[in-house]
Design a protein around this ligand. Structure first.
Ligand SMILES: [Fe+2]
Ligand SMILES: [Fe+2]
Length: 160
């Protein structure tokens, strides 16, 4: 699959998770927590594969890559903060909205500018990058060590 299509599908999956968390009331704290864990895992993997595979291919095509990497650092900080908050409280909902807005804006900018710039790479290269993205994502999803790293933010209050 073409790299931009692959990443666009990933964005849709993440948008769906944001929406599901939004629709889960505070009383359902276990469900909120599970969804945030899933979001965290998927979002961190998405950002990593972009940084490892997709962005390096675009360095000469777009001067927006450094900004995109900075956006990722920002979302990861916001995600870590969200994971440190009890899911049933108001602060959680507020922090969740901050993360959601930042991430949605980043996705929109990426789709509008970076994916457009990527078209200059040509179809063959985009297919090659798409395959690399898919392989790297599978590796990350299946590796127990990587999983442990993605869950580094777990805190003591969490439901077990
Ligand atoms: Fe990104
Ligand atoms: Fe992205």
């Amino acid at each position: 699959m073409d790299a931009t299509q692959y990443l666009r599908d990933d964005h849709e999956l993440l948008r769906g998770l944001f929406q599901a968390i939004r629709e889960t009331p505070p009383e359902e704290r276990r469900k909120r927590q599970e969804l945030v864990d899933e979001l965290s895992e998927q979002l961190v993997m998405h950002e990593l594969i972009e940084e490892e595979v997709f962005y390096p291919a675009l360095v000469h095509a777009s001067d927006l890559v450094p900004q995109a990497v900075a956006d990722h650092q920002h979302t990861r900080e916001q995600l870590a903060l969200l994971q440190s908050i009890e899911p049933a409280c108001q602060t959680f909902s507020e922090q969740f909205e901050v993360l959601r807005r930042t991430t949605e804006e980043h996705f929109a900018e990426e789709e509008r500018v970076l994916f457009a710039a990527a078209r200059d790479l040509g179809r063959k290269e985009l297919l090659r990058l798409g395959e690399l993205l898919e392989t790297r994502k599978r590796q990350l999803a299946e590796s127990p060590e990587e999983r442990a790293v993605r869950h580094f933010n777990r805190t003591a209050w969490k439901v077990v």
